[in-house]
Design a protein around this ligand. Sequence first.
Ligand SMILES: [Mg+2]
Length: 205
Amino acid sequence: MADITTLFFDLGGVLLTNGWDRHVRRHCIETFGLDYEEFRDRHDLVAAEFETGRMTRHEYLQRTVFYRERSFTPEAFWEAMLAESQALPDALAVVEELAATGNFLLATLNNESLELNQARIERFGLRRYFTAFFSSGFLGVKKPDQAIYRLALQIIQRSPDECVFVDDRDLNLECAITEGMHTIHYEDPSQLRSELTGLGINLRE
Ligand SMILES: [Mg+2]
């Protein structure tokens, strides 16, 4: 087995809570007293554009919430969207240890709309650990499309057998496996630690 040089991490459900998934959307929509069904139909129509950087957050909010007059501002809604995000410190601690060894190239590989992703990178200080951010909002393609894994490997110039991809959804791992990468189906921090060890990765150096 080739030595591991590179690790790609999903963000939502692994290192941070999900940014704008179904539960977060519902909670936010209900907080503002809006009709969730109505919002959902509109969200579904533009979700792919929003997640692949073809629609700004301003355009997205215009289409899904501010298509009629509201008693709150888009800025207030955006702040509420951001406020839903939390760090998952025990998993981030694993990434911090990996970064501290200085032995690995660490990158994210995640589906997230561009501005939400940038705001979360900033808020949680993710540039401390990661060198590159392969986000759907930047790349214009998203998981589980084969293209995003291929693009990440091409840009980072690593062979798949020296790379590990960590994600909490099985479906997202399939194409990474096809591409020849090692994968970890993330469940919790201690399982992550033991799977990393199983791949010959030493967290303490
Ligand atoms: Mg996830």
